[in-house]
Design a protein around this ligand. Sequence first.
Ligand code: HAM
Length: 458
Amino acid sequence: MPPGDLLAEWEGMAVTDGRHLFLEGGAGVEIAAVRGTRDILPGESRLWAWVEEAARRTCARYHYEEIRTPIFELAALFARGIGEVTDIVEKEMYTFVDRGGRELALRPEGTAGVVRAVLEHKLYAGPLPVKLFYVGPMFRYERPQAGRYRQFTQFGVEAFGSADAALDAEIISLGISFLTEVGLKEWELRLNSIGCPVCRGPYRELLRSRLEPLRHELCVSCQQRLDRNPLRVLDCKEEGCRRLTEGIPPIDEYLCPECRRHWESVQEHLNALGIPFRRYPRLVRGLDYYTRTVFELVTIGLGSQDAVLGGGRYDGLAEMMGGPSVPAIGFAAGLDRLLLGLEAAGTLPEPGPEVDLYVARVGDVPQAQVLRLVTELRRQGLRVDMDFLGRSLKTQMKTADRLGAVFTLVVGEGEWERGEVLLRRMSDGSQEVLPREGLAEKVAERLAAAQAIARGEV
Ligand code: HAM
């Protein structure tokens, strides 16, 4: 407990003793990240930057450009876009009312916001297709477990303005290129067509008529799904429900002629690209906006949260949101899950060196001069760090080693007075005396040469 007089002094404000937060003199709450959220610390954050860089590189190759939409939107956007009776909208949204009385929600996914932006800025009236990507946090109030968080990060792509099956194949190919780029080799592409509202109607009726007599054998969630969205019964994970739906004919046998042609064309394009896939009649996905193609890429070794990437066509969404008819398709990859998958597969990249050069100060060389030298070296584009704690040369050398420095520049009192410093190559301990004059350029040259040798170029 913080002392009482401190509380009195800070009356009415929040005070902390470092671990607890005391609000208005009340009981302390432990300060910790909120359940389902987590901190990405240095080390891990480097892996995140690497994955995001791979996403950007892949998008550049496929000519998809970045869009950044707000993290919160009107709650109604998601209700209308994702569907009123989906798990996301019914149970998982972080909604709140702002001081202006607006009902807002933290975005549970990226597609609805991107469609809103495309309509608001009339991007559909410009060159088509409009090809966009995004990387950012999404929020869902789900039960946290390995690979499932309440704040998680998606990399998503969305393409607007063409209903051509070639675009479906391009999007899927982009997703696979991205997974390949980060070294994920073991994946399975699950593919299905859920048709359009026209062909889905009779199929829904078929499901109802087959499942209604078995209603009481279905799990509680599926009993509700049967009334509201019977297609979702098909992808229930419960063993009992799966057994009950086993004999039901697949949805792709019920497609209208146009949806059937599109479905066949998607498969032909994938075959032509040499992309293996598994037709997966149970795949219907949990968002209401999908039409025709739906797909997921699943990995091995992730347990039940094995879908790293999911998406599909949503040709009716723009119109549903009050815009013109704009056919579209996209996917989103869960980057938290992807990193877990890469870790499980042991294919994460080794951490590289954190600095190129470490500057060690020995004796009474003024700190200000060392800092100036370090700044000059940084201006040369080198990654440099130095000691700020007055530690011994031995400790500073250990730090240089830990950081992976190629060289350490030893600034000793005697040499410094003579206008010289010592450059030590960390790999073999060889040393060279260099004049202070023109030092930054010389060190940069030595470093470039050492790095070329390390890359096997010399
Ligand atoms: P989704 O299937 O809901 O689709 O999410 C896509 C991916 O986000 C999932 O495959 C998973 O990797 C990741 N993900 C979802 N929820 C969580 C969570 N709680 N924790 C960690 N990762 C999670 C969509 O969001 C659609 N907007 C995809 C899309 C884009 N369809 C068309 N365009």
